[in-house]
Ligand binder design. Structure first.
Ligand code: NAD
Length: 551
């Protein structure tokens, strides 16, 4: 059975820092009250606004009373963003990219502040919070260096080569609405804000109320990096209350969250005919082939499954293991999982932190109990560690999970992984693809060529060979996005930048009014030939163009 910690549970040395709600200083020592008040003033809200009190997952203690924006506040924020966007878009890409370059330096310089904040608001271990800092440094550097090239106008062949010159331009969409979740409060806010800004958009950012301080900290950092006031507007409120208003006032919507909510957001955007980028759920699979070094694969699996206590869209929840190495791999994964250090410290001494909310804990407990009731066995974990904090759950490895168990198909979004034996590569690929989702996958084999060939057969937007998710996520030039129920559109790379732009084709006809005293040329000369002649002439021209291999 999934258990409560009974005080007798054996942990590996150094694992537990005890939770004491009376004395725990976490809620106060991270930021001074006046710092918090300064950040909260950035929320676009009205006098006497209702507030949301967020709680620190490590302790359950209140963090801050965050003012809530109303739909009218969202409309006001959008108007200000729209006004600021015109001036921002008039700046050169080079100037806008300089802001991103400054963000890179500032986020590294000020990392200890934001690491504290991320840990405070999400309950994740510091090493997981650092992934967010590193990610923002990568994203800002990438787009600072590449935005000009990615946004440059493109020449294409004109209707009548020589007479028509055609260029394809990218314009900013205008105001980009970003509805961000709570699991990666820096990555899933700034990581989407930065490309939208460098493309010349203003941003209407709605962070999750639980993680508003991190987003507000990021807004302050952006201003210090040189972003003009007003270009980024932060509104706070729960999705059902202000989500629709964000969609209503945006020219593009970026949403990260569950598939269920993604459908609601897509419907709202569809109603307004504005595009939406949706990164949704996953049930990401890993395959461990028969030729692996089991130690290497198990180490990678631990990172791929338990970073951020498994509340990571691209983390692994199913592992198909070749039966020749199943027992050895299962033993090694369970051993390494039991060694993970759980803790609440704002330092690098723990590997895994808390789940972020009571709701996430409830899902994890439900999924594990349901699987156990249908015959699953626990190799590691399976314990709610309320001795550490209200929502801690031990990293958990399950085997013998029934296909009828909820976690066989549904995303748990927690520190739980199930192992299934397979007899061949083909069986592994079929099992990996037996899902409505298609976000991320991972393949482990000593033969890189075999891994790459298998990867092409997996239905997912990203596949990592001999890594869990960092390989693709950290390849900033490569798009990252989901197939099927995992979403629409991508972030990262040129394609991620292009999401928040609109295309415009401009074709200029030369010589239509005559040049240097010569009679006018251009399409009109063709049509002047008369309808009985010009189709024949143009037919010949088409043949010539094909013979000349014009595209
Ligand atoms: P959720 O979809 O309910 O919430 C995600 C975010 O969407 C929250 O910030 C919420 O305020 C907002 N939201 C809710 N209703 C909305 C609406 N009608 N319009 C606009 N925004 C709305 O998910 P959750 O229950 O908070 O998180 C659990 C599930 O979410 C997980 O199982 C996982 O699938 C998914 N999730 C995925 C990611 C990711 O990175 N892909 C991140 C967080 C959550």
């Amino acid at each position: 059975m999934s258990q409560e910690h009974d005080g007798q549970h054996e942990r590996q040395p150094g694992s537990a820092e005890l939770f004491d709600p009376e004395t725990d200083p976490l809620a106060t020592y991270v930021l001074e009250p006046e710092d918090i008040a300064t950040l909260l003033r950035r929320v676009v809200s009205s006098p006497g606004a209702a507030t949301h009190t967020s709680h620190a997952p490590f302790t359950g203690a209140p963090i801050a009373a965050v003012p809530l924006s109303t739909p009218d506040d969202v409309a006001r924020a959008a108007r200000s963003a729209r006004a600021a966007q015109r001036l921002w878009a008039a700046r050169s890409v080079r100037e806008r990219a300089a802001v991103l370059s400054a963000v890179h330096d500032l986020v590294l310089e000020r990392q200890s502040d934001v690491l504290d904040l991320i840990q405070l608001e999400t309950g994740k271990a510091r090493v997981s919070a650092f992934e967010e800092v590193a990610d923002i440094a990568l994203v800002s550097r990438h787009y600072a260096a590449r935005a000009r090239r990615y946004l440059a106008p493109r020449r294409v062949l004109g209707t009548v080569p020589g007479l028509t010159s055609t260029r394809v331009l990218r314009h900013p969409a205008g105001v980009v609405g970003i509805i961000a979740p709570w699991n990666f409060p820096l990555t899933l806010t700034l990581g989407d804000v930065l490309p939208a800004l460098v493309a010349g958009n203003a941003v209407l950012l709605r962070p999750d109320p639980q993680t508003a301080l991190t987003a507000l900290w990021a807004a302050e950092l952006l201003e210090d990096a040189g972003l003009p006031a007003g270009v980024l507007q932060v509104v706070v409120g729960d999705g059902p209350t202000i989500g629709a208003a964000v969609i209503e006032h945006s020219d593009h919507v970026s949403f990260t969250g569950s598939t269920r909510t993604g459908r609601v957001v897509a419907a709202g955007a569809g109603e307004r005919l504005v595009p939406a980028t949706l990164e949704l759920g996953g049930k990401n699979a890993m395959y461990v082939a028969d030729d692996v070094d089991v130690d290497v694969a198990a180490e990678g699996a631990v990172r791929a499954c338990f970073v951020g206590a498994g509340q990571v869209c691209v983390s692994i929840e199913r592992i198909y293991v070749h039966r020749d190495v199943f027992d050895e791999f299962a033993h090694e994964l369970a051993r390494r999982t039991r060694e993970l250090r759980l803790g609440t410290g704002l330092d690098y001494r723990s590997d895994v932190g808390s789940l972020t909310s009571a709701a996430q804990l409830a899902t994890v407990v439900e999924h594990v109990e349901d699987a156990l009731g249908l015959g699953a066995r626990v190799l590691a974990g399976g314990v709610h560690r309320s001795d550490l904090g209200p929502w801690f759950y031990e990293p958990t490895v399950l085997v013998d999970v029934s296909p009828h168990a909820r976690l066989f198909r549904e995303e748990t979004f927690g520190p739980v992984v199930a192992l299934y034996p397979v007899a061949s590569d083909d069986e592994a690929v079929a099992a990996m693809n037996d899902t409505e989702f298609g976000l991320n996958a991972s393949i482990w084999t000593a033969d890189a060529r075999r891994g790459a060939a298998l990867a092409r057969r997996v239905h997912a937007g990203s596949v990592n060979v001999n890594e869990g998710y960092v390989g693709t996520w950290g390849s900033l030039g490569a798009p990252q996005g989901g197939w099927g129920a995992s979403g629409i559109g991508v972030r990262h790379g040129r394609e991620g930048l292009w999401e928040t732009t609109r295309l415009q084709s401009i074709a200029v006809q030369h010589g239509a009014h005559g040049v240097l005293g010569l009679p006018p040329v251009g399409l009109r000369r063709l049509f002047d030939l008369g309808t009985d002649v010009w189709p024949q002439v143009y037919t010949e021209l088409l043949r010539v163009m094909k013979a000349a291999r014009l595209p």
